[in-house]
Design a protein around this ligand. Structure first.
Ligand code: XUL
Length: 524
């Protein structure tokens, strides 16, 4: 039976999902994850990243390569899989992060020794040892410079889909080019995390896919090509350093001889990798109107498909369907939830009981900005509590989770108009008590999916879609996702009508507090 493999290289780990699709069968046959901190302690990461000074957050690209190698070994050895049937591979990765390769990289990739591990063979290919990732908030100056050069932040948003944002790749590249000009001069290729990992599988430069390219402040959102104006405003000779942008479904190579020999894998078709959010759009199956997806992960994101860009959305990306997607991203996601839970010494089931015990927290609100926040822009980290103090554990925990859900529901208005229901994905989507708060706050049904990692599932589904197209079958997206993403009644959490009106009032109060406490001159 044909198999399709999808990866997701998120902030904290690498997941792989294999799906089996035939006329009457559609099922997930492999679903495993590696955690960077736990499984690769030698890289010294904390939550998959390394915090530096002044808002810098980076990760070692060699660690991602190591994880890819270990995961492919697991897949090849899995007793449940007939790996010879692997037809196509795609993937997704945390968005915005960038990998810098020197001129020797091409040759090294072409001559990898299949008897040896991948990561040590890559030790000479990086012109920058560590990659800046989406949590990096150190490029405010570069954002302002890019905005000035292009005629203002609104102009940049109209051109690229987003105003200049600290975590976006363009401002990050500019900072590197200005602060480390020698290393920049030694850079032959700047990849996204997604296209870097795809290149490692194909042993050649993989293209950038438009969904992930939209998170760079460098791509013309309309024609899905590099904007020469944006490149010029960012760094010298950048055009020569970027891979081409190619359609999401255009097969660009095959799994390379290195992997074929190393793990006896077939020459499966390679489909461009995208960002985790565009991939989740497919993996949650939200390919129609009036539904939004909420991803509760390291970042919390809210997104929806749209055929025309517009509305007051914070970001507009291209979607892997060829349409557009609106998205807002909250920096304070699962790390904030986890930290507050640990601070008050509670297990998750105790947190669930607290949430159920007193919905609405007696009207006590918290702005949940444990770390600097991106929606809305808040540079100065710190929880803001209203009507309680830090010693009140119950109110702190409820305040944080309710605050996050109020923010998500309020900002969802920038993503989609009327919403019939919400699809939730990501690690915290298994937590029913959190989903109950979400349903009460949104006032509509919330569904969780069978597969928690919708980005990896989306990647496997994109691999299937591209392989079918290449085979001459004009398959629709509805047919692609069917059987994998259909909301199940058993996974529905309905709003408790007793609480909906109360939360509607809290949403207004929360919005007011947010306006008072957000940064006056937002960057993004
Ligand atoms: C989206 C964003 C995050 C990352 C990490 O703009 O920055 O969601 O993709 O998952």
């Amino acid at each position: 039976m044909p198999l399709y493999l999808g990866f997701d290289c998120s902030t904290q780990g690498l997941t792989a999902i294999v799906i089996e699709i035939d006329r009457d069968t559609r099922r997930v046959v492999f679903n495993q994850s590696l955690n960077f901190d736990r499984d690769f302690p030698e890289y010294g990461t904390n939550g998959g990243v390394i915090y530096g000074v002044d808002g810098e957050v980076q990760a070692p690209p060699a660690m991602w390569a190591d994880a890819l190698d270990r995961m492919l070994a697991t897949i090849a050895q899995s007793a449940e899989l007939e790996v010879d049937d692997l037809r196509a591979i795609s993937g997704s990765a945390q968005q915005h992060g960038s990998v810098y390769l020197n001129p020797r990289a091409q040759e090294v990739l072409r001559t990898l020794n299949p008897a040896r591990k991948l990561a040590p063979q890559l030790s000479t290919i990086f012109s920058r040892a560590h990659s800046p990732v989406w949590l990096d908030a150190s490029t405010g100056k570069q954002c302002r410079e890019i905005a000035d050069a292009l005629g203002g932040a609104d102009r940049v948003a109209a051109l690229t889909g987003s105003p200049p944002c600290e975590r976006f790749t363009g401002p990050q590249i500019r900072k590197f080019a200005v602060e480390q000009p020698t290393a920049y001069a030694d850079t032959a290729r700047v990849h996204l995390v997604s296209s870097y990992l795809a290149s490692l599988l194909a042993e050649r430069d993989a293209p950038i896919e438009p969904g992930d390219g939209s998170g760079m402040n460098l791509m013309d959102l309309r024609d899905q090509q590099w904007s020469l104006q944006a490149l010029d405003a960012t760094a010298p000779d950048l055009a020569a350093r970027l891979p081409p942008i190619r359609p999401s479904w255009e097969i660009f190579g095959t799994l390379s001889p290195y992997w074929q020999r190393r793990y006896a894998l077939p020459a499966a078709a390679m489909v461009p990798w995208t960002g985790d959010n565009p991939s989740s759009l497919i993996g949650t199956g939200i390919i129609r109107d009036r539904v939004v997806a909420v991803s509760l992960g390291t970042s919390d994101t809210v997104f929806a498909l749209t055929t025309e860009p517009g509305g007051p959305s914070s970001h507009v990306f291209r979607a892997p369907t060829g349409d557009f997607m609106n998205l807002v991203c909250f920096r304070n996601g699962s790390r904030a939830r986890e930290q507050v839970r640990i601070d008050y010494g509670l297990e998750w089931d105790a947190v669930a009981r607290l949430l159920e015990k007193n919905p609405g927290n007696d009207g006590r609100l918290m702005l949940p900005w444990l770390e600097a926040e991106s929606t809305p822009h808040v540079a100065h980290a710190g929880l803001r509590r209203f009507g309680f103090d830090r010693f009140d554990g119950e109110r702190n925990i409820r305040g944080l989770i309710e605050g996050q859900m109020l923010a998500i529901a309020n900002h969802a208005a920038a993503v989609a108009g009327a919403i019939d229901h919400v699809i939730v994905t990501g690690g915290a989507s298994v937590n029913r008590a959190i989903l109950q708060v979400m349903a009460n706050v949104f006032g509509v049904d919330v569904y969780r999916l069978d597969v928690e990692n919708s980005a990896a599932l989306g990647a496997a589904l994109r691999a299937y879609h591209a392989e079918r197209l290449a085979d001459g079958e004009a398959i629709s997206w509805k047919a692609v996702v069917s059987g994998f993403t259909d909301p199940q009644p058993g996974h529905r959490v309905s709003p408790n009508l007793k609480h909906v009106a109360m939360y509607a009032e809290l949403r207004r109060d929360y919005a007011m507090l947010e306006t008072l406490h957000r940064d006056r001159a937002p960057i993004c």
